[in-house]
Write a protein that binds this ligand. Sequence first.
Ligand code: 5CA
Length: 447
Amino acid sequence: MRLSRYFLPVLKETPSEAQIASHRLMLRAGMIKQSSAGIYSWLPLGYKVLRRIEQIVHEEQQRAGHIPMLMPTLQSADLWRESGRYDAYGPEMLRIRDRQDRDLLYGPTNEEMITDIFRSHVSSYRDLPLTLYHIQWKFRDEIRPRFGVMRGREFLMKDGYNFDLTREAALHAYNRHLVSYLRSYERMGLQAIPMRAESGPIGGDDTHEFLVLAETGESEVFYDSEITDLKFGDRRIDYDSVEECQAVMEEFTSRYARTDDTHEESAFETQVPEERRRRARGIEVGQIFYFGTKYSEPMGATVVDPEGNRVPVHMGSHGIGVSRLLGAIIEANHDDNGIIWPEGVTPFHVGIVNLKQGDEAADLACDQIYNAVVEAGLEPLYHDGDDRAGAKFATMDLIGLPWRITVGPRGLKNGVVELTSRRTGESEELAPDQAVTKLAQIYAGKL
Ligand code: 5CA
């Protein structure tokens, strides 16, 4: 993409309404525009990152054997009356009436709708296990929407639902989700720690929240510092193996890590030596629940088991805050000059800066590098405007592409361009084709 043909409305001024870095930077980098409180338009740059995050979520869910689908945003109130949640959910639910006077609602989550789909089509244990998921907009009329996409009213969530014959099988689904979430967050350049939490309006006994440590996080967290040394990394896992998934779950959840809802000071003190006790703040980027037959029983989602009895299925639900993740990633990856995208989610792989637009040799070299980057399967953003070099660098630093290739007449005389890392600020002089080769290797994970 050439910047001159793109739509990147960067702001010079720091917007006064934004209290935290990620919100300020998303507005300044032209990624989002508020349309009303807690509701945002996703401008092209923000939309690109949103799609990258969705793509990682899709890949990791499907790797774990979960099946993608799509349910609507508007739901019938009658379904929610069956589970008893229509009245219980309270003012966070946006209730709507259509022209036929039917009660609808903008879905805050989808347990009822997926249970209805299940009961309409599945009636035998032979069709289990089954895990369906979608990535869809949700609406929660939060009393205090704030921090941009971090606590929105309309927000994008991946929500998945497992259906199993027994409690044990459903707990395997729980563990499978935990593993797939660890992988997903690491691919996004984040460490998200599973912590024991409260189940709130979703219900159920077992639940973990995934928290990214950040000073601006809305949750207070208490944990054993050893937890931050754990990495999932690139280990291979057989998602069908109960033992393997259980082992990962135990490894990542056996140390003390809780949100303030479940924190017990006395347990913290007895279980964790003083020098490893940490109190901090975190951003909740996902939550997994096992809730057994809470929805299947009242809604009649049953299957015939091997003995011929009709039994309600065991379920859980599992959510990732897809749009919130942009805020969380930026909170964890920025400096005074702007965003620093992790390579896994960056909107463009490299920025090309032409120091002297209109100079024949520089223009030609930029075009050649641009084409070579595309050939290598990567997406460049070419800053081809007439701005001063300093202004071009400032824009590139603000939007945070992990790599920049700087091309100028002086370097070209010596046959070199500069490859610069946004994170370290370090630059290297390389021949143009070598710079592209190196980039390709970095993104292929070989460097
Ligand atoms: N049905 C379950 C799991 S599918 C559920 O709704 N879980 S949840 O309430 O924990 O939401 C899942 C994730 O959505 C949260 O962990 C959080 O990352 C994100 N989320 C929740 N509320 C908001 C909000 N107001 N703005 C942005 N993201 C949110």
